[in-house]
Design a protein around this ligand. Sequence first.
Ligand code: CMP
Length: 218
Amino acid sequence: LRKLPLFEQLSEEEIAEIASLLVIKEYDKGSNLFWEKEEGNELYIIQSGAVKIYRQEEGREIILTVFHAHDYFGEMALFGDQSVRSASASTLDKTKVFILRRVHFLELLQKKPDIFIKILNTTLERLRKANELIADLAFNSANSRVARLLFRLSEEQTGQYVIPLKLTHHQIADMTATTRETVTKILSDMQNRGIIQIIRKQITITDPEELKACASLE
Ligand code: CMP
C-alpha cells in the first residue's frame, strides 16, 4: 500500500487502518468490473494488471484510457449526487485490485485534505488528456492517431521503446476511433517502412523520429 502514490504520505497506523478497510479481488483477463450507467459505490486501485475504461454504442467501442498498477478509478460515481458510472471498465490482463467502499473513501478525504488535493490534480490531468483526445479525434488523421497512441503506450526498456501490452488490431482501432482494417493497413505500412517491429503481437518502436513525423505531420 505504501507504494501507491495516493497513500504515500500516510503514517503506519493510517496505512494499517486503510488496509483493514480494503478488499482485494483478482480478475481474469477480459473480466468486466462494472458497466457504464450502473450505480457505483466503490473505488478501485490497481495492484497489478491493466484495465480499460471505455464507452460502447451500437456495437462500436471507444477506449477512453487504459490504467495500470497503482492507478485508481471509479471515484467519479462516489462524488456528488450522480452515483452512476461514467464509463465501463474491464481487464486487459489478469488483474488484482484493492476496493474501497464509498463511505470509507469519503471519510478518508475528510480526514486527509492532502489526498483530496491529489485526487483533484489527477482529475485535472485526466481532463487535460481528455481534451487532447477530443482535439485528436477532431483534427488528426487515423494514421497520426495510431502513431500518437503508440507513443502514449510505450515504455523505455533497455534503450528501446516497447509497448508493454499485447494489443489486437481491434483494440487499437477502439482506442483511436477507427476501424480494424485501417489499423491493419497503418501498422503494416509502418512495419514496411521500418518504423515499428511486431513480433508475436509485441510492438517495438524501431524508428522513433519517423514515428514522431507520422504523429504530427499528417
Ligand atoms: P466512474 O464514473 O465511477 O467509473 C468510470 C471511471 O473511469 C470514472 O469513475 C473515472 O475513474 C474513469 N474515467 C472516466 N472517464 C475518464 C477519462 N476520460 N479519462 C480517464 N479516466 C476516466
